[in-house]
Each structure stands twice: as structure tokens, then as C-alpha cells.
Design a binder for this molecule. Structure first.
Ligand SMILES: *Cc1c(COP(=O)(O)O)cnc(C)c1O
Length: 373
């Protein structure tokens, strides 16, 4: 089945009792069992699993071509459950440019579980090879990366990880399986913040892991989620399932808008640089073209004139909102250095855009007037 068809139908069997086409939301926290705890329909207590979440997990596994998926209450809960399931003493390689939450997790929390992080430029495959040779047990990729849109070669790094017996994890939030499917390129686990494109409407938080194999790695994380409780609420599972039905269609429009905006910005005299893998001038363009079927709708750009000029631009926008997060219908802009805490890693002249589903002409007009000062 093609991806678009899967997105509409995966985990979407009509309700057996009523024939309802939209799936029921089961809010029950507990499920009747036999006198000795015999399960009747596979469920016992909501923290372990529930029917609405299971539908979502079935759909997510199908969309990423994985063997099993686990839904979480947030992307960070998913990421934490996976990384903390690594054996104490493991060194994990992380991208130098990555989601801020991952950086803070690695600095403040992973060391308490005996997990060391080593950060490097993942677009440099030779550097990844050297770090694996030095003894890393796991690699975390985020491609394209946040907020600088760096591209890592998933297939090449998967081959290296396999040769060194290391596990490969991939945060696929920016691309979504509509554009890139890391498990088919050799990754072991894909992570998502479903808060972003899966939900798609800036109104539901969630996270997920999709496993290439239903192996002990999967069992350990499922057990960890059951015990530590990072599960997704049934209503959030339902909203996310509703969102993913239109994921392929939305991604197509998102990408088309982003391409036009990237081209507009690249030609603008006030813009020093545009980070968008769809531009042929982007350092990761060739790799992105190989492993993605389109280039996504996240981009960042640097404004001539430094921090002040970037903040002035962001402040002059009228249609585009200044807000964090991404993947919703509305276009959002953010000065990342201002929101990255005490030690920001983003350049001060950089603005990140999550390109939404408005008409590109209106977005370009807003950017044009904002840059004209
Ligand atoms: C938002 C995001 C996360 C964290 O997900 P939450 O749902 O906010 O916990 C992780 N990685 C990336 C790339 C993100 O954009």
C-alpha cells in the first residue's frame, strides 16, 4: 500500500460494535479481567496500554515501516525512555546542532544513569566513524537538525553503527515518514515529537518511538514506560491519530510553501544565509535529495546586521507569529538564541521558520515588509 493510503487507513478499522468510521475514544483507566487476572481483550490498566493508544501505535509502526511503536506523553518522554534504557557506561554520540531538550537531557540527566554524551557534527561521516572507533555504543541522529538544518547521511552512518555493534536512533520529527523513513535506511529506532507534524494543528502533545524489530530493546522500553508512566492520554492519542490521516497531504503543501520562501529569502539582500536542504547551495543537499522525497518545511535564515536586525525582523511580522514549536497549520518564527536558556548555541542573527499552510504569496509579502526597514 502507498504511504498516502496507509496514512488514511492504518489503525483505522471501523469500530467492531457500532461500525463507526471514526475510532472510539476509550477513556477507561481499567479493564475487566478474570478472577486470576486473565485479560479478556488484552488490556488491564491504562498506564500499560489502552485501545486508543494501541490504534495510534499500529498506525505509527505502519507509517515508519517498523515492527512496533510506543506512544508517550511527549517527545521528550519518548527520547528519555529510549536513552535511559541504554546500559550504564554507554557513550552516545549526539549531533552538535540538535533540539535543545536533548542537549539539556544529555548535560543534566543522562550522566546520572551512567550515560555519557559526546557531541559532534553528524554531517561529517568520517568524524562519526572515528567516534564509533573510540568506543561509542549508540548514535543519535536528528536530520535535518534543529535549528541549522544540517543533514546527516543515515544509510552511511547506519552501516558504520552496524559494523561497530552500536545502535542507531533517529529523531524524525522535522521530516516525518512522509519525507524520510530512517528504519528503511538501517536505523534501529525512530523517535517523534508527534506534537509537531503528526498532530499538525498546534493543539496536542505527544511523542513516539518506532522500532525496526520487536526485540529486547523494544521490550525494555515498553517495560520502562509501564513503570515510569510516560504514557499518552487516550484523548491525545485520538487527536494524533486524527491528525496523521492528513499528514501526506499537509506535508506536500508545507514543502511547496517552504521551497518558495527559501528561494525568496536566498535572493533577499538583507538575508546573509538561508539554511534549507532544498536549496542546491546547501551543504547537505545531495544527501537530503537521496534520503528524503522532499525537503521539509523547516528552515532558518541569518539576517544581515546581527541580533538587533534579526529581532527587528521578527518583531515587524504581522501574519507570521513569534512562537516556539513547529509543524502546525500556522507559520511560526522564532529567535532561537533567545529561548535556548543560559548557553544558547544558535547564532544571534538566526531566525527559525516553521512554514505553515497559508498561501505562500501572503507569507512572502509578510516577510518582505518585515525585512524592509
Ligand atoms: C519538539 C521536539 C522535540 C521534543 O518534543 P516534545 O513533544 O516537545 O516533548 C524533540 N525533537 C525535536 C526535533 C522537536 O522538534
Amino acid at each position: 500500500m502507498r504511504f498516502e493510503t496507509l496514512a488514511v487507513h492504518a489503525g483505522g478499522e471501523p469500530d467492531a460494535e457500532t461500525g463507526a468510521i471514526a475510532p472510539p475514544i476509550h477513556l477507561a483507566t481499567t479493564f475487566r479481567h478474570g478472577p486470576a487476572g486473565e485479560r479478556r481483550a488484552g488490556f488491564e490498566y491504562v498506564r500499560e496500554g489502552n485501545p486508543t493508544q494501541e490504534r495510534l501505535e499500529t498506525a505509527l509502526a505502519a507509517l515508519e515501516q517498523g515492527a512496533a511503536a510506543l506512544a508517550f506523553g511527549s517527545g521528550m518522554a519518548a527520547m528519555t525512555a529510549l536513552l535511559e534504557s541504554l546500559p550504564a557506561g554507554t557513550t552516545v554520540l549526539l549531533p552538535a546542532d540538535c533540539y535543545t531538550g536533548l542537549r539539556v537531557l544529555a548535560d543534566e540527566f543522562l550522566p546520572r544513569s551512567g550515560i555519557r554524551a559526546h557531541r559532534l557534527d553528524m554531517s561529517d561521516t568520517a568524524a562519526v566513524s572515528a567516534a564509533l572507533d573510540a568506543g561509542a555504543g549508540a548514535v543519535w541522529l536528528e536530520t535535518p537538525s534543529n535549528p541549522q538544518l544540517q543533514v546527516a547521511d543515515i544509510a552511511a552512518i547506519a552501516a558504520l553503527a552496524r559494523a561497530y555493534g552500536a545502535r542507531l536512533f533517529c529523531d524524525n520529527t522535522f521530516a516525518t515518514p512522509a519525507l524520510q523513513q530512517p528504519l528503511t535506511l538501517g536505523a534501529d529506532v525512530v523517535m517523534h515529537s508527534t506534537t509537531k507534524y503528526f498532530g499538525g494543528h498546534s493543539d496536542v502533545m505527544g511523542g513516539a518511538l518506532v522500532f525496526a524489530r520487536r526485540d529486547t530493546g523494544y521490550e525494555q522500553v515498553a517495560h520502562r514506560r509501564h513503570v515510569t508512566g510516560g504514557v499518552l492520554a487516550p484523548f491525545n492519542a485520538w487527536l494524533t491519530l486524527r491528525g496523521l490521516r492528513s499528514l501526506p497531504a499537509r506535508m506536500q503543501w508545507h514543502c511547496a510553501n517552504a521551497r518558495r520562501i527559501a528561494e525568496f529569502l536566498a535572493a533577499h539582500t538583507r538575508v546573509a544565509a538561508v539554511n534549507y536542504p532544498g536549496l542546491t547551495t546547501h551543504a547537505g543537499h545531495a544527501v537530503a535529495a537521496r534520503q528524503m522525497c522532499d525537503f521539509g518545511a523547516m528552515l532558518s535564515f541569518r539576517v544581515n546586521g546581527g541580533r538587533d536586525a534579526a529581532l527587528t525582523t521578527a518583531g515587524r511580522l504581522q501574519l507570521i507569529h513569534n512562537a516556539t514549536s513547529l509543524g502546525g497549520c500556522e507559520t511560526l518564527i522564532e529567535h532561537r538564541a533567545s529561548v535556548e536558556g543560559a548557553n544558547p548555541t544558535s547564532p544571534q542573527d538566526l531566525l527559525r521558520l516553521s512554514v505553515g499552510l497559508e498561501h505562500a504569496d501572503d507569507l512572502i509579502a509578510d516577510l518582505a515588509q518585515a525585512l524592509d526597514f
